[in-house]
Ligand binder design. Structure first.
Ligand code: DQA
Length: 147
C-alpha cells in the first residue's frame, strides 16, 4: 500500500464551471472521489490537494521529497513556466508523473512547452479525468516493478 500525493495547481478547483468544453463537466470534488476510489482498487491511498499558490505547491513537493511519496502532478499553467516547480520536482526520488486533463500539445503554442517534463518519469495528457486513472495505474506499475 502506498500513499500517493495527487497535486493540482491553479484553477483546477474550478473544474465543472471552467471551460467545460475543454475540461469537462465533472467537478473538482468528483475528481477527488474518483482518484481516491481508483487508488483504493489498487490498494493505495490517494491524498488529493489543490492550490492556486506556487509557494504552497513547492512546499507540498518538498514534503514528497522528504517523505519519499510518489506524486501525480497536474501543475496546470505552472507546467509551462515555473522553474521553481521544476526544481522542487528534481529533488524527489520517488516517481512523479505529469498529468493533464486536456492535451496541451493540441492547444495554444504557449502550452506546447512543459518545463517540468524532463524531471518527471513521464506524462499522461488528453484523457479527461481518466488521465489521473492512467497515472495511478502507472504509479502502481512503477512501485511494483512491473515496468
Ligand atoms: C491543464 C493544461 C494547462 O495548459 C492549463 O493551464 C491548465 C490545465 C490540463 O489539465 O489540461 O490549467 O494542466
Amino acid at each position: 500500500m502506498a500513499e500517493i500525493l495527487v497535486l493540482n495547481g491553479p484553477n483546477l478547483a474550478r473544474l465543472g464551471v471552467r471551460e467545460p468544453e475543454i475540461y469537462g463537466h465533472a467537478s473538482y470534488d468528483d475528481l477527488v472521489k474518483q482518484c481516491q476510489s481508483w487508488a483504493a482498487v489498487l490498494g493505495h491511498q490517494a491524498q488529493v490537494r489543490q492550490t492556486d499558490s506556487e509557494h504552497e505547491l513547492v512546499g507540498w513537493l518538498h514534503e514528497a521529497a522528504d517523505q519519499n511519496l510518489p506524486v501525480i502532478l497536474n501543475a496546470a499553467a505552472f507546467t509551462h513556466y515555473s522553474y521553481s516547480i521544476r526544481d522542487a520536482i528534481a529533488q524527489i526520488k520517488s516517481p512523479v508523473i505529469e498529468v493533464h486533463i486536456s492535451n496541451p500539445a493540441a492547444r495554444e503554442d504557449f502550452r506546447h512547452q512543459s518545463v517540468i517534463a524532463a524531471v518527471c518519469v513521464g506524462a499522461i495528457s488528453g484523457f479527461g479525468l481518466h488521465s489521473y486513472y492512467l497515472a495511478i495505474q502507472a504509479i502502481d506499475i512503477l512501485l511494483n516493478n512491473k515496468k
